[in-house]
Design a protein around this ligand. Sequence first.
Ligand code: ADP
Length: 160
Amino acid sequence: MVTALYPGSFDPITLGHMDIATRSAALFDKVYVAVVDTRSSKSIMFNTEERVALCRDALCDYPNIEVVPYTGLTVAFARKVGATVMVRGLRMGSDFEYECEMALNNQKLAPDVDTLYLMASLDHIYIKSSLIKEIAAGEGDISHLVPNKVAVALRDRYRS
Ligand code: ADP
């Protein structure tokens, strides 16, 4: 049985994140979507509980996906839940440099947890949480970029 961890901030979860999570669910026996607990960060719009709830709702049809919050080092959390693979998504070249640095550092910290990259699907390659928040702030249409509940949550956030 191979368990994978898909970590991220998911602020909020997008169709791009969902694509990576569901493709991982087809590859591995069990996938933990791990939502980093970033209480103190100013750039985070939804708190940890909200981000977890939105992820759970979006991925509820996949029995081998479990959404969990976590704190601390990602590789330490991977070991804690028995994950030997860490999944990340790659969009444009701009993701590569950051991801490369992370993967090499994690390799040193935990050689028993390997990082696997899934290329973003063509339909989702331009989807980025930060950009979605900007579009929502300008009252633009985001319904084709995020699950329904996220679109509603974003609209509510900017209305209040
Ligand atoms: P952000 O979405 O702000 O880049 P996250 O920390 O939530 O940041 O992303 C978690 C992982 O999901 C990262 O590996 C990121 O590259 C990947 N990811 C984010 N958006 C997409 C997308 N549209 N398609 C594929 N992978 C994505």
